[in-house]
Write a protein that binds this ligand. Structure first.
Ligand code: ADP
Length: 485
């Protein structure tokens, strides 16, 4: 059983217009623990009608929220930040129980997630406009930045708190209300955030959470309702494309953080030990279930065997087990679909000639657990080369030249994160500039922070989250032309 020091953080209702509510039908759906399939709770199975009400509540609350000074909004967000940190242990336990990641990682995410509130509370005080030298002596030109309006946020299960705060903090900070639809696997973390938002004094209607077993009905309303002016989505490329199409009819602004196929390149001049550490962090964090996880390890032929041996030794020492177990480094995958996908990708690779150096199958612990896996002799014709693995599998490709590595790295429709390890400074510049990615980690395997712009190019997405650029997606630019002077 899950032990929370504040049991009121565990909710069974959604949060709409400042009230805790059930689905109109009274229907609920269960939330379970991926480590042992036990039931943790149940939340409302809502649809379009409840979502329309949440949007109306958000729109009604908007004028008072946007009329506040940035400082007043920042003070409320700062309280929310403080409450999240004060409840970090409970939030981490709740997250690990519904999501599976090791408790230390969950706690790290709680802090990372809270940081977006702190950052954007500060940043929104500096959403400056402009004055522009006019095109006529009798005119003056001004540029205002105004909150865009009701924001819809649809979020994934791999970062149940941080993906919500990364979208909502900038939206709220610049004066927009938000309706969030969290992933069906991890709604409890989202509802716990709502409890703390309420306690922090976020006004009724400004932060709403609607839950559903299947996202389509809520998604249809969020993308179809003309009151929603902006959709921010993190999830699969397939669903992102669908939502973007749905937003076309009402011409909503969209931000999309979609799939990745991150290359992790190890050149022959790399510090191999650092590269192994980077690969461990980038590949196996969250059991490989992040959109910036290394998906293809490209290793230059001269260091291929040495890198493989060092990586295998490090991964073989991994402790796999339930996230609440204390010293577990890798928890279960989110659900059985995820386990089956990883199994299928390994089967395809092996059938086409890949070798299993380590792992390769379901873990003896059962449920969502999978052995940390390393594959060698992987080639571009295998599915692991093209699809996002989202599991603890490191496929190692061999390359000969720098040009070949760059060509292989860019040979994908995705362009979120890329990593490479090299010491030659000219090579570092050359490769960094040639990689068609939104984020490049150079001699670094962990790139996520609230202070830097996160986002992809090509089919990995649109827009940037975090950093000073993160407010841009939630404001409209208004140009005032004052004549007759
Ligand atoms: P993943 O493969 O990571 O689960 P998804 O894109 O399926 O990625 O899910 C990301 C989020 O999108 C989740 O909150 C999910 O419920 C939601 N979602 C999935 N399908 C739809 C849809 N048709 N409309 C709106 N939201 C959806």
């Amino acid at each position: 059983m899950m032990q929370l020091s504040d049991p009121s953080l565990l909710r069974a209702q959604a949060y709409v217009g400042g009230a805790w509510v059930d689905a109109d039908s009274g229907a609920t759906f269960p939330v379970s623990n991926p480590a042992d399939a036990s039931l943790i709770g149940a939340v409302p199975d809502m649809g379009a009608a409840e979502t329309a009400r949440a949007i109306a509540a958000a729109n009604a609350a908007w004028p008072a929220w946007r009329a506040k000074t940035a400082k007043d909004r920042a003070n409320i967000l700062r309280k929310w930040y403080d409450l999240i940190l004060a409840n970090a242990d409970d939030l981490a336990v709740l997250m690990t129980t519904e999501q599976g990641k090791p408790l230390a990682e969950a706690r790290g995410e709680v802090v990372y997630g809270a940081n977006f509130l702190e950052w954007f509370a500060e940043e929104a005080k500096r959403v400056y406009g402009d004055t522009i030298p006019a095109h006529g002596a009798d005119k003056r030109i001004l540029v205002l930045k105004e909150p865009i309006g009701v924001v819809a946020a649809i979020t994934p299960w791999n970062f149940p708190i941080a993906m919500i705060t990364r979208k909502c903090a900038p939206a709220l900070a610049v004066g927009c209300p938000v309706v969030v639809k969290p992933a069906e696997d991890t709604p409890l973390s989202a509802l716990a955030l709502a409890v703390l938002a309420e306690r922090a004094g976020v006004p009724a209607g400004i932060f709403n959470v609607v839950t559903a077993r299947h996202g389509a009905a809520i998604g249809g309303e969020l993308t179809g309702n003309p009151l929603v002016r902006k959709l921010s989505f993190t999830g699969s490329t397939q669903v992102g494309k669908l939502l973007m199409k749905q937003c076309a009819d009402t011409v909503k602004k969209v931000s999309l953080e979609l799939g990745g196929n991150a290359p992790f390149i190890v050149f022959d001049d790399a510090d191999l030990d650092a590269a192994v550490q980077g690969a461990l962090a980038s590949k196996y964090r969250n059991a490989g279930q992040t959109c910036v996880c290394a998906n293809r390890l490209l290793v230059q032929e001269g260091v291929y065997d040495a890198f493989t041996a060092k990586l295998a030794a490090a991964v073989a020492a991994f402790k796999v087990g339930p996230g609440l177990g204390g010293d577990s480094q890798q928890g279960p995958l989110i659900n059985q679909n995820a386990v089956e996908k990883v199994e299928r990708l390994i089967g395809d690779a092996v059938a086409k000639g890949a070798k299993v150096v380590l792992g390769g199958k379901r873990h003896a612990l059962g449920h969502g657990f999978f052995e940390p896996t390393i594959l060698t002799e992987v080639t571009p014709d295998m599915d692991v080369a093209r699809q996002e693995i989202f599991g603890p599998v490191a496929p190692l490709f061999k390359f000969k030249t720098e040009a070949e590595a760059v060509r292989m790295a860019n040979d994908t429709e995705f362009g979120l994160a890329a990593y490479f390890y090299a010491r030659d400074i000219a090579r570092v510049w050359r490769v960094a500039e040639q990689l068609e990615y939104g984020i490049v980690g150079i001699n670094e395997g962990i790139i996520s922070t609230e202070v830097a712009p996160f986002g992809g190019v090509k089919e990995s997405g649109i827009g940037r989250e975090g950093s000073k650029y993160g407010t841009d997606d939630f404001v409209e630019i208004k140009y005032l032309c004052l004549g007759g002077i």
